[in-house]
Design a protein around this ligand. Structure first.
Ligand code: NAD
Length: 283
């Protein structure tokens, strides 16, 4: 028996709904699960080719997706994504702000200031721009749900590079603030904070088996997380089964953040989230 998530006929946008490589990324999983739940899904990605596998997975369920190539750092392109969505499906109910990159290496002393700004724009400002375009359309429907992709690194310190965790912590502030502002309009805003998830974002950086194993055992459950685990959390927060939940940050991390600071934390050899990479797109 399939679960009814209350999303049949709902209209959902997933930004970064493609993936940089074959496999199950967080955005791809969210898009596929929303389609499986009966939503009309709009997959948004700046790299058109990255969306093909998402489209195929959705088509395999006998569903269609609207693919829109757009850069979510552009206010005009965000507005156009929402306009096309509403033109095609008659409105908008769900926005999943998933786009995010590892960003530049460095502490505040040596991070490239321009790369820092580009990372803020991509990981944080894009969520404001998409939400700004989406909220008036949600209001017109009497409500909606926004799910922002944070990270476990937004909840804890210790990351070797300053830019990425700063943006992910800011996503939490954005989420809570938006939840308070837009709750009275029936718009819920929540965040998901993945831990050591094995996605193309990680595997495409050439992580070796030893590091993969250490990531698996860093959290109490000692089970490797996938994009599907993150997608399931997004699905729950997107639909009316979470109708009384807003302003929360849901860690999806096999218990990793629950152990930190307890004195009994397992040994963590590298911080949660994607490994720093000089190959990250920055705008
Ligand atoms: N994988 C992990 O371990 C992990 C952990 C914590 C948080 N996260 C977060 O998950 C999110 C991404 O997950 P994913 O698995 O879907 O990543 P992914 O890299 O596989 O896919 C992201 C997609 O976003 C697209 N994109 C990049 N810049 C864009 C832009 N300006 N406009 C539109 N699209 C753009 C890329 O082309 C790519 O297809 C990020 O917010 C990331 O910080 C990941």
């Amino acid at each position: 028996m399939s679960i009814d998530f209350g999303l049949k006929g709902a209209v959902a946008i997933v930004t970064g709904g493609g993936s940089r490589a074959s496999g199950i990324g967080n955005g791809r999983a969210a898009a596929v699960l929303l389609a499986e739940a009966g939503a009309h899904v709009v997959v948004v990605d700046s790299a058109a080719g990255n969306m093909a596998e998402t489209r195929d997975l959705i088509a395999a369920q006998g569903r269609d997706a609207l693919l829109v190539t757009a850069d979510v750092t552009s206010q005009e392109e965000c507005a156009e994504v929402v306009r096309r969505t509403c033109e095609t499906f008659g409105g908008l109910d769900v926005l999943v702000n998933n786009v995010g990159v590892a960003g530049p290496a460095g502490t505040v002393v040596d991070v490239d200031p321009l790369a820092w700004e580009a990372c803020l724009r991509l990981n944080l400002t894009s969520m404001m721009l998409m939400s700004r375009a989406a909220i008036p359309r949600m209001r017109a429907r009497g409500g909606g749900s926004i799910v922002n992709m944070s990270s476990a690194v937004g909840l804890v310190g210790g990351h070797p590079q300053v830019a990425y965790p700063t943006t992910k912590a800011a996503v939490i502030g954005l989420t809570r603030t938006m939840a308070a502002h837009h709750g009275p309009e029936g718009i819920r805003v929540n965040a998901v904070a993945p831990g050591y998830v094995h996605t193309p974002m990680v595997s495409s950086q050439g992580i070796d088996e030893g590091a993969r194993e250490r990531r698996r055992h860093a959290a109490p459950l000692a089970v490797e997380g996938t994009g599907w685990d993150v997608g399931e959390a997004v699905l729950f927060l997107a639909g009316p089964r979470s109708r009384w939940i807003t302003g929360v940050v849901l860690p999806v991390d096999a218990g990793l953040t629950a152990t930190l600071g307890s004195g009994g934390a397992p040994s963590v050899t590298s911080p949660p989230g994607p490994a720093p990479s000089s190959r990250e797109p920055l705008s």
